[in-house]
Design a protein around this ligand. Structure first.
Ligand code: GLC
Length: 745
């Protein structure tokens, strides 16, 4: 599985260069104006119209594909999605070039966590807290997609979410605004590289604008209702970060926000995005969301919906056909303005010029390059490295892990131990070839199969309730020196349209774990899934547990690297793991209330549940290592600051163990007294640091006004004089060093 050092260094050097230099942006406004002046109204509306490839729909079928080619030839289709491959995109582009003005199409695809090489889920990558690696995997994904005829990915998804019932948490960066904003920037930079138009770059698309992750009850597509202060404080910043990082496009969201579907929200798309934020790219509607304003009960028909969406600032219509079929009449009736249509067309044409598609419409559709670039060993090595870094070690008592490489017999037990398919996770680009996905069993076999005997027993299915397989699984365990279990969801039990009210381990998997644990053998449980899951008995009784998400192409190899200590796990949870669904939404940066319980026994007249603790099972920022880190010697350069001052914070981190490891040190602040209220803690900075055994280093953070500011009820970005608690730790609930300072006016 390894390859020579030279190709690895070359590939990584290439990637490193590509993320550093940014190409100068050319001004195409004169060319855009000249072309716009030649266009008929129908040709303009064609640019606002996007169709999916009929054979690879990623949403409800809204129409049959008859006549699609004819519409392309007439210039009535400005973009397509779900068309893959240099050959297929070239063939369709040739049809578009038969139109009167020969305006090329843009090809978009959900390259969410890899194109040909599949990376860990975005939520898993967020668990790495490794911004450089996150940028690198987006770079690889862009390089592969752009070699395959695609100029636009519908990623990064930057929706903050605090509710693990929502299936799409797998696609984002978790619950925290600061971490989510940093990751949004890393992914935009990775996708767009040195700038769109480069042959290894694709347009990014920050989605879903906005607040889609706050769907009531975690049920996908459900309503969102929140104060504007909440929206600005927690849900908009990752979008702003993506726009400031140069994201070429945004995608709006299916949800209504405070009674207005996002697709029709002029507040979001015109006032904030194109107004206050001066966004010069374009907004694409999410699949059919313009037409969906009819079932929302916001529009009476497609014409009504088109009027509201255009007035609301949606530029391109994905799949609903409401624009192409109604905007001409709406214009004639004076219900939409020509200036709005021209603005939308300008934004789209500008991106087509920037992509170089007018110079050479086929420049991304080069089959020779496609063959050279896709699925290279170097790219798979990046996938393996990212996968290792995404694994979160939740428990490791009696030093069960790492496993010795000279074990005689290892039992691999559980419904996911031999699964290839599930390793890809939701929103992978499906090649239908599971040989590209390394299973846990294959990874362990490649690592130690030449000296250890591997036993396998499925034990049970993921969801079925049959315990018939238990006996065989127990037998395998009894013959082994150690048991490694692979349990969790199926890959498609999270993702779009896959919310779940019950996020316990499905089926009888926890019963299987109990049966294996009862053998008395050392047991390691690997939990796999696209969201936080609940497995309380396992958490209480099994000595070694890791959460491995869905790790993509190199999943099995990465899990084996961690199991046998070739990589010391460094992941930290980007979302709180609940004890019960009843706690959801659950998040670490909560408000204290007037009655927060001091401990779990305090129930009466407290903001608490009678039947479960308020605390998460596993906290935001939590993750263990095979070594241990010590924090000491905290110093603040001053204990008082004004808005214009800064405080330098420094402390010493030591790897006090016997093996090299990486630690994610986290800085939290609390604004102790404020109006409106501020949370009990908020992540304000972090570093991922690699230290050799016994090595120490000094870590520095800077506290400035930006880290203290917040939105008031008037949506002003303010600070208030007062005291702040400073916390530095290995997790939000594992604080190692504390201090205080005061902001004076
Ligand atoms: C889907 C998703 C969106 C995706 C789009 C195109 O419904 O909501 O994230 O980019 O349609 O596949």
């Amino acid at each position: 599985m390894f390859f020579n050092q030279k190709t690895k260094l070359l590939a990584i050097a290439l990637l490193a260069v590509s993320v550093s230099v940014r190409a100068q942006k050319v001004d195409y406004s004169a060319k855009v104006e000249r072309l716009l002046s030649q266009m008929t109204l129908e040709e303009k509306l064609g640019q606002l119209n996007q169709y999916s490839n009929a054979s690879d729909q990623t949403g409800p079928i809204t129409r049959n594909s008859d006549g699609q080619i004819d519409e392309i030839r007439k210039g009535r289709v400005g973009s397509m999605l779900n068309v893959r491959g240099a050959k297929n995109t070239r063939l369709l582009q040739q049809e578009a070039l038969k139109s009167r003005l020969k305006i090329p199409m843009i090809f978009g695809q959900d390259v969410v966590h890899g194109y040909r090489v599949t990376f860990p889920l975005p939520l898993a990558e967020a668990a790495s807290w490794d911004l450089e690696m996150i940028e690198k995997t987006a770079r690889v994904a862009a390089t592969e997609a752009a070699a395959s005829g695609i100029q636009w990915t519908f990623a990064p998804m930057v929706d903050i979410s605090r509710d693990a019932r929502w299936g799409r948490v797998m696609e984002g960066a978790g619950e925290d605004t600061y971490l989510g904003s940093k990751i949004a920037v890393a992914r935009v930079r990775g996708f767009q590289g040195k700038g769109i138009g480069q042959l290894d770059a694709v347009m990014a698309c920050a989605k879903h604008f906005a607040a889609y992750g706050a769907a009531v009850a975690g049920r996908d597509y459900n309503s969102v209702d929140m104060s504007l202060r909440q929206l600005w404080q927690y849900y908009l910043p990752p979008f702003k970060a993506a726009v400031d990082a140069g994201a070429a496009t945004l995608m709006n969201s299916f949800n209504d926000l405070n009674g207005t579907p996002a697709t029709a929200s002029a507040y979001l798309q015109r006032d904030i995005l194109k107004g206050a934020w001066k966004f010069d790219g374009f907004v694409v509607s999410d699949w059919g969301s313009i037409g969906e304003m009819i079932p929302h009960g916001y529009a009476k028909d497609c014409k009504d919906a088109a009027e509201m969406a255009m007035n609301g600032g949606s530029d391109m219509d994905m799949e609903s056909r409401c624009y192409i079929e109604n905007l001409a009449v709406l214009l004639k009736e004076g219900k939409v303005k020509e200036a709005q249509i021209n603005d939308a067309v300008r934004r789209i044409l500008t991106k087509k010029f920037e992509l170089g598609l007018f110079e050479n419409p086929y420049r991304f559709s080069d089959e020779k390059r496609e063959k050279q670039v896709l699925n290279s060993p170097a790219f798979r090595e990046v996938a393996r490295d990212m996968a290792r870094k995404s694994i979160v070690l939740l428990k490791n008592e009696k030093q069960v892990l790492p496993l010795a490489k000279n074990l005689k017999t290892i039992a691999l037990v559980g419904p996911l131990a031999k699964s290839n398919e599930d390793m890809k996770g939701f929103w992978s680009v499906d090649w239908g070839k599971n040989d590209q996905l390394v299973s846990l069993y294959e990874g362990v076999q490649a690592k130690v199969g030449n000296q250890a005997k591997l036993l396998y027993a499925q034990g049970c299915g993921v969801e079925d309730t049959s315990t018939q397989g238990f006996a065989q699984a127990v037998q395998a365990a009894q013959q082994a020196d150690v048991v490694v279990m692979a349990v969790g969801e199926k890959y498609d039990m999270s993702g779009e349209g896959h919310s779940r009210s019950n996020i316990h381990l499905p089926g009888v998997q926890e019963e299987l774990i109990k049966a294996i644990q009862a053998t008395g053998k050392p047991v390691v449980v690997l939990v796999m899934g696209g969201r936080p899951l609940i497995f309380n008995w396992t958490a209480d009784h099994v000595p070694a547990i890791a959460f491995t998400w869905w790790l993509g192409s190199e999943a099995g190899n990465a899990m084996a690297d961690v199991l046998f200590g070739d990589y010391n796990p460094s992941g930290k949870l980007p979302m709180s793991f609940p004890r019960s669904e009843g706690q959801l939404p659950l998040y670490y940066n909560y408000l204290h209330t007037g009655r927060w319980p001091q401990n779990d026994s305090e129930k009466q007249y407290k903001s608490a549940y009678l039947d479960v603790s308020n605390s998460p099972r596993y906290a935001f920022g939590y993750g263990l290592s095979y070594t241990k880190f010590e924090y000491s010697d905290l110093k603040l350069s001053r204990k008082n600051m004004t808005d214009t001052d800064q405080i330098e914070v420094s402390f010493v981190l030591k790897n006090a163990g016997t093996r090299e490891g990486e630690e994610v040190v986290q800085l939290y602040l609390r604004d102790v007294v404020a109006q409106p209220l501020r949370p009990v803690q908020e992540l304000k900075d972090f570093r991922k640091v690699k230290l050799k055994a016994q090595e120490t280093t000094q870590i520095r953070f800077v506290i400035d006004r930006e880290k203290l500011a917040f939105y008031n009820d008037q949506l002003d970005w303010i600070t208030q004089a007062g005291d702040f608690d400073l916390m530095i730790g290995a997790a939000c609930n594992d604080i190692r060093l504390t201090d205080h300072f005061t902001l004076t006016k």
